[in-house]
Ligand binder design. Structure first.
Ligand code: G4P
Length: 532
């Protein structure tokens, strides 16, 4: 039994996010190597959903199975217990990533120095900004000819809408990459490309004006570094971790993940500055980790890969108190008590039964259909954690039942799959029509396949040309009713029975916004992002 304060102070729960191919998997792997959780490179690599994933279901299923084990990777480093939550790199699973971000306390964002800020990075950062999640940025692939570092910093500020502060600085790049100068502790790390060893060539530089620097990196590069550092010190404020913790400032590191370069110093800084488990907002109050009573919420549900067993694993983030095995907890949505005899934790690749868990930890609970994303467990208090919004999907299709004899199975299947968060389900009350919304095409194939194999229901999808789903809100009941009446055919209900308007086009949406100033139109279900 640990002391709750100590257990909290020990933990760092975070996720690595990136546009596919920037180096998330490689970085994850290096972290695990540092943490001693894996011994050889390549162990994580094999698990990722490949970029080319198309309709090879066996492959998807296999990868889904493996990714249960790698959903959370816990490891120890310098006396801390680190919970690294995996996020799928594949664009079609972006919604999964957004939800995982609700369960972490901070994020490391990987950027490819050649490509700069890419589309998916912007979306992911939007979610972090919305939640004020502290972000550290790692600019990767410095061994390649990339963009000018100052240009990259500008691009980060403009596209990601966050202030940045370099904590390390590259000396040249690409073929002539010499290393990085750590602005935090005034140390120079010399680059020595090696995929297997950790670069240990660290030189302390008390004064970068010193001529010894010229010998280490050539006079030309030394002078460039001096100029750059002067500029940085002139432009950026002195480093202070508070704005970082408030989500207003992102420290930036440069390095090369595949060459093990610049990673350990980032990890060390991460350990020093990243927040321990933070308070979380619930509907009636904020919940603090050091509270004695246990509470937590479900942020992810994973179906069993064996279709004969329909049980699933629900991932619980512990928010306060201590979670214990074989203890009854209160499911606040279902208003019933549940206990868990085989809660699992995930240490690297191994799943094992856990007796207790603390704030910041993630526990896998075997579930036979009690949970949906966002559900809250407590010791009896009636609260519901907030901050797990649904975002507007990008692709909409109507679900068409191909076997009238199996409509019950279809109803049940689509409900369970959408509870798991595979896709969003919108129901048009008129005629009980079901519109399924996703971020990518892959989900439709997954749904069709799983409905057939797990529920014995056959379906097809008819594309619907919708631009966005807008959650509609208004204090003016009669205006809301009028809007719903006029828009009848495009009005649906989401899983929580909120009113949603499926806007056929941007043009029509803008028109409605102008016609109905009494109404609020939102692209997420929790109304925290900017309005349309
Ligand atoms: P992801 O998870 O973000 O999708 O990226 P991943 O780590 O898989 O990295 C994408 C590619 O970038 C990989 O190459 C990886 O080796 C490479 N990479 C990662 N870090 C660096 C770096 O610092 N420098 C350079 N030059 N490349 C880097 P791949 O060809 O797709 O795979 P592989 O066959 O090399 O493993």
């Amino acid at each position: 039994m640990g002391n709750i304060q100590e257990e909290i102070a020990k933990r760092r729960t975070f996720a690595i996010i990136s546009h596919p191919d920037a180096g998330k998997t490689t970085l994850t792997e290096k972290f695990l190597l540092f943490g001693g959780a894996i011994q050889t490179a390549g162990a994580v690599k094999n698990n990722k959903i490949t970029k080319t994933a198309t309709s090879d279901f066996m492959e998807i299923e296999r990868q889904r199975g493996i990714s249960v084990a790698t959903s959370v990777m816990a490891f120890n480093y310098r006396g801390r217990l680190i919970n690294l939550l995996d996020t799928p790199g594949h664009r079609d699973f972006a919604e999964d990533t957004y939800r995982t971000l609700t369960a972490v306390d901070s994020v490391i964002l990987v950027i490819d120095c050649v490509k700069g800020v890419e589309a998916q990075t912007e979306r992911l950062m939007e979610v972090c900004r919305m939640r004020k999640t502290p972000v550290i940025i790692f600019i990767n692939k410095m061994d390649l000819e990339g963009q000018d570092p100052f240009d990259l910093l500008d691009e980060l500020e403009v596209k990601l809408k966050i202030n940045v502060r370099p904590l390390s600085w590259p000396i040249s790049g690409g073929q002539s990459f010499k290393g990085v100068y750590n602005l935090y502790d005034s140390e120079l790390r010399l680059f020595n490309p090696d995929k297997t060893k950790i670069s240990k060539e660290v030189v302390s530089i008390e004064d970068i004006q010193d001529a010894s620097l010229d010998d280490l990196v050539t006079e030309q590069h030394a002078n460039q570094l001096r100029e750059d550092v002067e500029l940085i010190n002139g432009v950026y404020e002195t480093w202070d971790s508070q704005p970082y913790l408030d989500g207003d400032l992102a420290p930036v590191f440069f390095g090369s993940a595949v060459n093990n370069f610049g990673i350990q110093e980032m990890l060390d800084t991460f350990i020093d500055i990243a927040p321990d488990p933070r308070s979380r907002p619930a509907d009636v109050r904020d919940v603090h980790p050091e509270e004695e009573a246990f509470s937590g919420f479900i942020f992810k549900i994973h179906a069993n890969i064996d279709p004969r067993h329909r049980d699933r694993i629900a991932f619980l983030r512990v928010c306060s108190g201590q979670f214990q095995r074989n203890t009854f907890y209160y499911h606040t949505r279902l208003t019933k008590k549940l206990k868990f005899s085989n809660p699992a934790t995930f240490l690297a690749q191994d799943k094992s039964i856990v007796e207790e868990a603390w704030p910041g930890d993630v526990v896998g609970l075997y579930d036979t259909g009690n949970f949906k994303i966002g559900d809250t467990l407590t010791e009896g208090e009636i609260i519901q954690f907030r901050g797990i919004p649904s975002f507007s999907p990008e692709i909409f299709k109507e679900l068409v039942n191909l076997d009238p004899m199996k409509s019950k199975q279809l109803e049940k299947g689509i409900k369970q799959l959408t509870d798991e968060g595979v896709a969003q389900l919108f129901i048009r009350e008129l005629g009980n029509r079901k519109i399924v919304g996703t971020v990518g095409e892959l989900q439709f194939e997954v749904i069709q396949y799983r409905l057939e194999h797990e529920y014995g229901a056959k379906c097809e999808f008819q594309p619907k040309r919708y631009f966005k789903a807008c959650w509609i809100l208004s204090d003016n009941e009669s205006k809301l009713d009028e809007f719903k009446r006029i828009k009848g055919i495009d009005m649906v209900l989401d899983k929580d029975k909120n009113d949603v308007f499926l806007a056929p086009s941007k043009f029509l949406l803008d028109m409605e916004i102008a016609n109905f100033p009494e109404l609020e139109f939102h692209f997420t279900s929790e109304f925290k992002t900017a309005q349309v």
